[in-house]
Design a protein around this ligand. Structure first.
Ligand code: NAD
Length: 453
């Protein structure tokens, strides 16, 4: 038996004992996971620093705080989630009790990506534990140090039979995919997503695919361009552009392009100083393969800001590209790096038309002080999420669903991401100048308020 087969067999055996069905047991596991984040914060952030040059604060803000919130929510809501839900009756069943009783699926496979390695791997695990499943956890091999820390730490805190960690790359993941699971939760790119779906189909295993793609951003001329650009710069360059919902490109009218460039440049300087390479808050590209992939995209575009790079350090400066054409390399696939192409369009109609020609985006951003513009973008496009007048923050709102339009099925694995996977879209309309919540917004507000993530 291979290592992967053994892990799955052990998880199945542990699930069959029925211990994960007890609500008390699930809560204990969740509390242990919470303890891991409290006790090992430094180990976690040191590893991510080595993988992506993320700062300790960045790791807390974008990885562990959200997970701790997710754990608290699951603990608080578990009884309610697990309780049978009475449903409507008909004449034939009028005197019966008719209800839906949630039950665990069985053994779940969780395949994580590297860009927010704890968030994307452990969030589905929290859901799986809460729902009473066993789960085999496969962290991304691309974030070498974090995968090792996960492999070392998880078994010290949670039931290592029910929730084994299997490390490794493509061959190991493929070996896992040859096993039978009751659900597969994959986060990563769409090409591999198709392979996952194919492998799952052999056993009719339901899947949740958390994929990426190009998330457009329309900046209307009727808006506070300085604030819009500040927020776009934050959304784009956080984690060096390696965020699934980062604004991929900007559409705006030619008349405001220069202003947009100037304002984005100002924000880059403010966030990361004149020399981002030496700024502790600016990340690195995960590895040289991705460095080369991103640099290739620059070939046929005009650099308006940034462009400096250092392969040996996987460094690419925050970069802005101007007058980008739809056929440019950078517009053909998800960038997943710190390049911000600006593609001029003649107004909202053309922007909507362009967006609708592509795949349905994971996130869509619109900046405008005109409600009509926001409403038209909302009504005439389709995307997993739409956010007006800010970037990324919809991810942090627990009461909103998250995922793309094509998420194939809601599932019994108790994770909000999946439960709401089928809802067509989330719309969070924000006023043009909301009260400060995140670091980039706090400074807009004179730094008076702290972030609330
Ligand atoms: P990656 O290279 O780490 O791959 C993801 C996982 O797939 C890894 O665990 C890896 O071992 C496995 N894998 C890779 N090739 C495989 C193969 N041939 N067969 C079987 N398994 C294989 O991560 P990535 O794909 O570079 O991740 C970045 C992508 O993920 C981007 O497109 C990003 O937008 C997307 N993403 C989406 C979300 C979301 O919530 N929607 C979150 C983060 C990242």
């Amino acid at each position: 038996m291979s290592r992967e087969q053994q892990a799955v067999a052990r998880a199945r055996k542990a699930f069959d004992t029925g211990r994960s069905k007890s609500l008390e047991y699930r809560v204990r596991q969740l509390k242990n996971l919470q303890r891991l984040f409290t006790e090992k914060q430094k180990v976690i952030s040191d590893a991510i620093k080595k993988d992506l040059n993320k700062s300790e604060v960045g790791t807390q803000l974008y990885e562990t705080l959200g997970l701790e919130g997710e754990i608290s929510l699951a603990i608080k809501k578990l009884k309610e989630w697990a309780a049978p839900r009475p449903v409507g009756k008909n004449l034939m069943t009028i005197s019966d009790s008719v209800y839906i009783k949630p039950e665990p699926l069985g053994v779940v496979l969780i395949i994580g990506a590297w860009n927010y390695p704890w968030a994307v791997t452990i969030q589905p695990l929290i859901g799986a534990i809460a729902a009473g499943n066993a789960a085999v956890v496969k962290p991304s091999e691309v974030c070498v140090h974090t995968a090792k820390v996960m492999e070392d730490l998880l078994p010290l805190y949670i039931d290592k039979e029910l929730y084994p960690v299997v490390t490794g790359g493509v061959p190991e993941t493929q070996e896992l995919l040859r096993q039978r699971f009751d659900h597969i939760f994959y986060t990563g790119n769409s090409t591999v997503g198709k392979l996952i779906m194919e492998a799952a189909a052999k056993n009719l295993t339901p899947v949740t695919l958390e994929l990426g793609g190009k998330s457009p951003c329309y900046i209307d001329k009727a808006c506070d361009i300085a604030i819009a650009c500040r927020r776009v710069a934050w959304g784009k360059y956080t984690n060096c552009g390696q965020t699934c919902i980062a604004p991929d490109y900007v559409l705006c009218e030619p008349s405001i392009q220069d202003r947009v460039i100037e304002e984005v440049k100002k924000s880059i300087k403010e966030f990361y100083t004149d020399n981002p390479k030496n700024c502790p808050d600016y990340g690195r590209i995960i590895n040289q393969r991705h460095f080369k992939r991103i640099m290739n995209m620059l070939e046929d575009s005009t650099v308006a800001a940034g462009g400096d790079n250092d392969e040996s350090d996987c460094y690419i400066a925050p970069t802005v590209l101007r007058d980008v054409k739809p056929e440019a390399k950078v517009m053909q696939e998800e960038i997943f790096g710190p390049l911000l192409p600006i593609m001029p369009v003649n107004g909202l109609d053309e922007a909507i038309k362009f967006i609708n020609k592509g795949e349905k985006p994971l996130a869509l951003y619109v900046f405008s002080s005109d409600d009509k513009v926001i409403n038209r973008m909302t009504d005439e496009t389709s995307s997993g999420g739409l956010l007006a007048n800010d970037c990324l923050v919809h991810f942090s709102v627990n009461s909103l669903p998250f995922g793309g339009v094509a998420t194939p099925s809601p599932s019994v694995v108790a994770c909000r991401k999946q439960w709401y996977g089928l809802l067509p879209r989330q719309v969070q309309l924000r006023p043009a100048e909301p009260p400060a919540r995140l670091p980039h917004q706090a400074a807009e507000n004179g730094g008076r308020e702290q972030h609330a993530l």
